[in-house]
Design a protein around this ligand. Structure first.
Ligand SMILES: NC(=O)c1ccc[n+]([C@@H]2O[C@H](COP(=O)([O-])OP(=O)(O)OC[C@H]3O[C@@H](n4cnc5c(N)ncnc54)[C@H](O)[C@@H]3O)[C@@H](O)[C@H]2O)c1
Length: 325
């Protein structure tokens, strides 16, 4: 039986990924870890350990105690928090990854680690190619480029089977997003159902590559399931599903939530978002391991509204949601 350890398990991706992995492998086979204590029932539906990713000794001890063979390493500081605390972002993002890779090297573990579209910068051509000079202007982006090179190094030098995706901005109705420049695309749904209006921290025409969480979780498990010999990229694969501007997302929601309006008041996160490409070329992922996203913009908006209304207990009468035929 495969034993899997997930770091950053309480985060936006971790909480959904742990659920999927526990459905696939059994609750006892997936050890959720995070800096924070567990809170939700779902988090304690299997083993949970508090681990600071900067503490290699503790991480190693937990990995050995559970006989772990695979690590999904998600613990990180995201783009906006990274700009506010660059030293900590370096320590957690690069130091934490190095700890995971060292433990993987010593014990022959398989690793998944996400990179991000934040590796790109203002010099990146539009529809960001898989291979292009990486010149990010945020500390978060710098940690992701360094992380990609570390992964490739550990693969080439020590044969560590570490696999990676450059996630675009992710949208989900589970755990709240953790401080990134694409968080608006989650906040806007909550605001639509709870207040009927939203003040967006990005400009209306800011267009970014995005993905709905079920696609992101499936991309992750498909990459990890792919036969080793098919993988031609050992830095990190471009993957994408959607590319929309803030006003296009707002319009799609407004078609379904009567009277919903968005105002635009860009803050420091606009500069971060403006440094990223509006779309990415994921043809290498499509060719190597058959990546194909399932959700369109309207399909994602429909699904988000159904699940969020259920979660927030917002009735159709208090906030009418009309489905597009
Ligand atoms: N969410 C996105 O849109 C997105 C996009 C691109 C890449 N990513 C990447 O995916 C990964 C997960 O992102 P997320 O959105 O789930 O982030 P998140 O902020 O929601 O979750 C990160 C988790 O890491 C934990 N953490 C922070 N510092 C830690 C430490 N020192 N030790 C242990 N745990 C610590 C936090 O408590 C949190 O639960 C990150 O590597 C992130 O860079 C996310």
């Amino acid at each position: 039986m495969s034993m899997i350890l997930v770091t950053g398990a309480r985060g936006q991706i971790g909480s959904d990924l742990v659920r999927t992995l526990r459905e696939r492998h059994g609750a006892e086979a997936v050890i959720a870890t995070d800096l924070r204590e567990p809170e939700e029932q779902a988090e304690t539906s299997g083993p949970y350990e508090v681990v600071d990713i900067r503490d290699r000794t503790k991480l190693d001890e937990v990995a050995q105690r559970y006989n772990v063979d695979t690590i999904y390493h998600l613990a990180s500081l995201l783009s906006a928090r990274g700009e506010q605390a660059p030293d900590l972002a370096w320590e957690v993002n690069v130091g934490g990854l190095r700890n995971v890779l060292e433990i993987a090297r010593e014990n022959g573990l398989k690793v998944f680690w996400p990179s991000s579209i934040a590796v790109f910068g203002p010099t990146t051509p539009d529809n960001a190619p898989q291979k292009t000079p990486l010149e990010p202007t945020t500390m978060y982006g710098v940690t992701k480029v360094s992380g990609e090179l570390l992964c490739r190094y550990y693969h080439l030098r020590y044969g560590v089977d570490v696999r990676s995706l450059r996630y675009p901005g992710l949208i989900s109705y589970g755990a709240e997003p953790g401080g990134g420049a694409t968080d608006y695309a989650v906040e806007i749904f909550h605001a639509a159902l709870e207040q009927g209006e939203y003040t967006c921290f990005l400009a209306a025409d800011t267009r970014l590559p995005m993905m709905y969480m079920p696609d992101a979780v499936r991309a992750t498990t498909e990459l990890m399931d792919a036969p080793k010999e098919l993988l031609s990229v050992r830095t990190s694969y471009n993957v994408t599903a959607l590319s929309f501007s803030a006003e296009e997302l707002s319009a799609s929601i407004a078609k379904r939530v009567e009277g919903f309006v968005t105002r635009y008041k860009p803050d420091f996160r606009q500069d971060i978002a403006a440094s990223w490409p509006s779309s990415v070329d994921d043809s290498a992922a499509r060719a190597d391991w058959n990546w194909e996203p399932a959700y369109t913009l309207d399909g994602m908006v429909d699904d988000m509204l159904v699940h969020l209304r259920e979660k927030l207990n917002v009735s159709a009468s208090s906030c009418p949601v009309s489905r597009i035929p």
